[in-house]
Design a protein around this ligand. Structure first.
Ligand code: NAD
Length: 495
């Protein structure tokens, strides 16, 4: 068992090793992970895994599969519950580590890290009554349907909520009897590597492995390797499509949790006292870098001006700075490419027909501001529904607000997108909200909220380009198995 500790106040960089086949590999080709709120600060070091190490990880997972899958599900659940206990000590320090590598506030980072434990507990709990076999009526014999684990599962995750997203795949896969290779994003790997290591070293060698690496190298290897039977991918639509293409040659089972362009529809009767703070949070959580953050707001024309005014005032009160500072409500953007993309989108939108209003309080000096990927909230009005600032996944603190005249128009605008992840309706009339929700093409529709109320048990995923299959909930456990039908005909006893 590793003796590595990591430093509570973060003075020493975290050393993130590859962990595969039950052992930590020595760091080679080290790459620094920097704090997006302080670009001069190295938060940790990771080795960038090679194709060879990706293959070793798959081989280790493949070797561990027969024994792990042969255990009764209750025994796997017991072992996972026990290993999951290792996640609790050090949770605060891990949240601080995640805040420093990602930029998100410490509270958001804590929810992300805690997601590992919540997912583990949830799927351990489901194992108790989970049906692995059932019979069908068969007058001339016996027909049995059995759930069978698939084998090695690659869990490929992005940088925005890495720990929660990884464990939404890891926990059901392991409970089902599959073995796992996790590939973090090279941008934000540290808290995830640490969380996986804590669990992995308490499970049989090779059951849970983590290998870092470039998407185009290690990621491609995991999605093409013939011994990987299943891929659980969370990331952008473009990369997800590539992964599907790569996985198709060996017909791997794939779950795809992809991008979004979530609309919020504010109806004429919405209570602005509750709606404005609710929508604000849904727009700017993690600086807009959550797949189901609200990316466009449609407001009934009768309250459009009032909504824009109050929303702008509320956004102006936001405090932007280092996520570890308790008074900060929004951290920096996480990566340099995302910082550049959002700045470019803001510049492009400024040259268009719309009005761009920049608001928010700076909680760092001008010098520190320049030394981080900070962007204040930008509110965009007067744009056309077809403008890029509305149609793209901005993944940053820039939000278009547009009026609508009728609910039919609102539904048409909400559905006029290639994406279909989540959406929300804000109204005092819940029945009306429910009726409208059934007309929106999205995997989730919230009413008077836009947050995964119960992150683990509620099926979550996308319509259209936003995904394939569902994560969270019992359905995500069902997706970890192949179904095998065993059909027997009773033998005629000849006279
Ligand atoms: P990304 O698609 O660039 O990368 C995701 C992961 O895929 C990373 O680990 C990356 O290294 C890897 N990768 C890159 N190229 C690969 C390849 N060819 N083969 C295999 N793996 C490869 O996404 P990102 O920029 O890290 O994250 C942001 C995106 O993730 C946004 O689009 C966001 O909406 C999406 N996301 C979706 C959900 C959801 O649940 N639907 C949740 C969070 C994030």
């Amino acid at each position: 068992m590793s003796t590595r500790t990591h430093d509570r106040d973060g003075a020493t960089p975290y050393m993130g090793a590859l962990y595969l086949g039950g052992r930590e590999l020595p760091i080679k080709d080290p790459v620094p992970i920097v704090n997006p709120a302080r670009l001069g600060e190295t938060v940790g070091i990771i080795p960038v895994g090679s194709l060879d190490e990706a293959r070793q990880a798959v081989a280790a997972a493949h070797a561990a599969f027969p024994a792990w899958s042969a255990l009764p599900i209750a025994e796997r659940a017991r072992q996972l519950a026990e290993a999951g206990e290792a996640l609790m000590p050090g949770m605060e320090a891990r949240a601080a580590l995640l805040s420093r590598e990602n930029g998100k506030t410490r509270l958001d980072a804590w929810f992300d890290c805690m997601g590992a434990k919540r997912c583990t507990d949830y799927y351990v709990g489901l194992a108790k009554d989970f049906k692995l076999e059932w019979e069908l009526p068969a007058p001339n014999g016996r027909v049995l349907v059995a759930r069978r684990p698939m084998g090695v599962t690659a869990v490929i995750v992005p940088w925005n909520a890495p720990v929660l997203l990884a464990f939404l795949g890891i926990a059901p896969a392991l409970i089902a009897g599959n073995t796992v290779v996790v590939k973090p994003s090279n941008f934000v790997p540290l808290a995830l590597i640490e969380s996986v290591r804590l669990m992995a070293e308490r499970l049989p060698a090779g059951v849970l492995n983590v290998v870092t690496g470039e998407g185009a190298g290690v990621g491609t290897e995991l999605s093409t390797h013939p011994l990987v039977r299943r891929v659980i991918f969370t990331g952008s639509v473009g990369v997800g499509a590539k992964v599907l293409e790569n996985a198709s040659a060996t017909v791997k089972r794939c779950t795809m949790e992809l991008g979004g362009n979530d609309p919020a529809l504010v109806l004429a009767d919405a209570d602005l006292d509750q709606t404005v703070p609710g929508v604000l949070k849904a727009v700017f959580t993690c600086s807009g870098q959550i797949c189901y953050d609200v990316k466009r707001i449609y407001v009934h024309q009768s309250l459009y001006a009032r909504f824009v005014d109050r929303f702008t005032q509320a956004a102006d009160a936001m405090v932007i700075g280092n996520g570890l500072d308790p008074k900060v409500t929004m951290g920096p953007l996480t990566t340099q490419p995302q910082y550049r993309f959002v700045n470019q989108l803001i510049a492009e939108t400024r040259t268009g027909s719309g009005k761009v209003t920049e608001v928010g309080q700076k909680a760092v000096s001008d010098e520190e501001w320049k030394n981080g990927y900070f962007i204040r909230p930008h509110i965009v009005t007067g744009v056309d529904h077809r403008d890029r600032v509305v149609t793209c996944e901005q993944f940053g603190p820039i939000i278009p607000i547009m009026p609508f005249a009728s609910e039919d128009e609102a539904v048409r605008l909400a559905n006029d997108t290639e994406f279909g992840l989540a959406s929300s309706i804000w109204t005092e009339d819940i029945d009306r909200g429910w009726a409208l929700a059934r007309r929106i093409d999205a995997g989730t529709t919230f009413i008077n909220t836009h947050a995964v109320a119960s992150a683990v048990d509620m099926p979550f995923g996308g319509f259209k380009s936003s995904g394939l299959g569902r994560g969270h909930g019992e359905v995500a456990l069902e997706e970890q198995f192949e179904l095998q039908t065993i059909s027997t005909r009773r033998l005629d006893k000849g006279n």
